[in-house]
Design a protein around this ligand. Structure first.
Ligand SMILES: [Zn+2]
Length: 107
């Protein structure tokens, strides 16, 4: 498999579990909490979704759930379960991963 060129991936920074494909990034201009950079993904893998909770962000009210690595249990970001603000609906069912919690894999 040495010459196999697969998709570019992101992995958990803690255990290198592969959690997302580079091609599934919807936005690279997200900010999580205290000005930490984050990416919005249309699809993720190998993550466990926690209990839903309502959270108010600057852009409105959201029902979100933390997502954690299925291998090491580290919380890597959150998933938008329900978006109440009409202008933000594109985020629904998508997942935010914090940039400092994911590393490039297979680039
Ligand atoms: Zn992990």
């Amino acid at each position: 498999m040495a010459d196999f060129i697969g998709p570019r991936l992101y992995a958990c920074y803690n255990c290198r579990n592969r959690v997302a494909l580079h091609d599934d990034i919807v936005s690279k201009h997200f900010v999580a909490g205290h000005r930490r950079r984050a990416f919005l993904f249309s699809h993720v893998m190998n993550l466990v979704v926690g209990p839903k909770m309502d959270r108010r962000f600057i852009t409105g009210l959201y029902t979100v759930a933390d997502v954690e690595c299925s291998d090491c249990g580290e919380v890597l970001g959150w998933r938008y379960e329900k978006v109440h603000e009409e202008s933000q609906k594109y985020k629904e069912s998508k997942t935010v991963l914090e940039k400092f919690k994911i590393v490039k894999d297979n680039w």
